[in-house]
Design a protein around this ligand. Structure first.
Ligand code: FAD
Ligand code: SF4
Length: 328
């Protein structure tokens, strides 16, 4: 048996001190729905759990015409908040497509952003995995890789980022606010997660001892024409094979601006400037949506078992765009 210390932080200063006291093996715990799972199967082995649930990070507030969302806001509270449903429906849809009601009641915004990949080899300590154990190899490259990524992969790791919420935050141009031993900083959502490259163990730009405090969303003109579409093996309680978050601003039948992100196919939440470029200034019709989907998947590199994802992602995106534009 391995001893694990637990401390419930009462304020931010205390939380940061505790995290800083053992920088390599202390971790914060939010809802615990991902961390505790991984501790049970010995994939994550922290020596100190710093419970951050008493910190004042559970508010959703209007800020600068947009929203400020505390890192401890539960996924269900965020999905059902009137301002989110009204102004950022794509975020509400993405959250409600994830996990189960019970899990969403516990899961926090910070924990969801940082949830680990569902690669089955990552979760099996008998298998080589560069993300879990740098330099050990990648069992998925030669193994069963149906669920894995086709965009942003490397010869060291092909795991997807599993979060539905992250795909919506990518499309909404969110900013992640963090605090740590060196003070506060903010990071554009698109820069927060990293592609694996040679170092799959580095998943985000968060530094040891840093905490996510909140996320901000800028004012949005996309509420009327946005959509999150998730395709999965079962209708609920399953991670995405493919998903798309899209947001359009229409002027008559012309696309004035467009935001596109894909889930289930990328090693990070996959924003597609290529698809957006193919849409802006064009008629909102199926021809352009097909062109945008082709552009989004142009660089896809399928593995042995996940070639179907390329076509499925194209179709997911075309359908999401059609629904956002009111054509489907
Ligand atoms: C059966 C099952 C099905 C699921 N299905 C889906 C799905 O379909 N779609 C989907 O998107 N998700 C799904 N999930 C994942 C779920 O959304 C995540 O487990 C949840 O969002 C994690 O949030 P949490 O607060 O519980 O995180 P925790 O488990 O508490 O933490 C996760 C990680 O984040 C760190 N952390 C937490 N908060 C902070 C913070 N404020 N600052 C810095 N670090 C922090 C922790 O140290 C840990 O490393 C599923 C989970 C389960 C168990
Ligand atoms: S794909 Fe990534 S997470 Fe999965 S086994 Fe390979 S290195 Fe590990």
């Amino acid at each position: 048996m391995r001893p694990i210390d637990y401390v419930a932080a009462q304020d931010m200063k205390g939380a940061l001190e505790k995290l800083g006291s053992r920088p390599t093996d202390a971790v914060p715990i939010g809802g615990g729905t991902n961390l505790v799972d991984l501790m049970k199967i010995h994939v994550q082995n922290p020596a100190l759990l710093v419970d951050i649930n008493a910190l004042p990070l559970s508010q959703i507030e209007e800020a600068d015409g947009g929203l400020r969302i505390g890192a401890l806001v539960r996924n269900s509270d965020l999905a059902n908040h009137p301002l989110v449903r009204q102004r950022y429906p794509v975020l509400s849809e993405a959250l409600l497509a994830g996990a189960s009601p019970q899990l969403r009641n516990l899961a926090t915004v910070g924990g969801n952003i940082l949830q680990k990949t569902r690669c089955s080899y990552f979760r099996d300590v008998s298998q080589p995995c560069n993300k879990r154990e740098p330099g050990s190899g990648c069992a998925a490259l030669q193994g069963f890789n149906r669920m894995h990524a086709v965009l942003g992969t490397s010869d060291k790791c092909i795991a997807t980022n599993p979060s539905d919420m992250n795909v919506a935050l990518a499309v909404l141009d969110a900013t992640v606010h963090v605090t740590g031993p060196k003070g506060d900083r903010k990071i554009a959502f698109g820069d927060f997660h990293l592609v694996p490259g040679a170092h799959p163990e580095r998943e985000t730009v968060l530094q040891p001892g840093e905490l996510i405090t909140h996320v901000t969303l800028p004012a949005s003109g996309f509420a009327a024409n946005s959509h999150y579409l998730k395709v999965r093996d079962r209708a609920s309680y399953a991670f995405a094979l493919t998903s798309a978050a899209v947001a359009l601003e229409l002027e008559g039948k012309t696309v004035k601006s467009a935001r596109v992100a894909l889930g289930g196919v990328g090693t990070k939440p996959w924003r597609s400037p290529e698809a957006e470029k193919a849409l802006i200034g064009q008629p909102a019709d199926e021809v352009r949506f097909k062109a945008a989907a082709a552009a989004a998947l142009k660089g896809a590199k399928p593995q042995k078992h996940n070639g179907f994802k390329v076509e499925l992602a194209r179709r997911t995106l075309i359908r999401a765009l059609s629904q956002a534009a009111g054509l489907a």
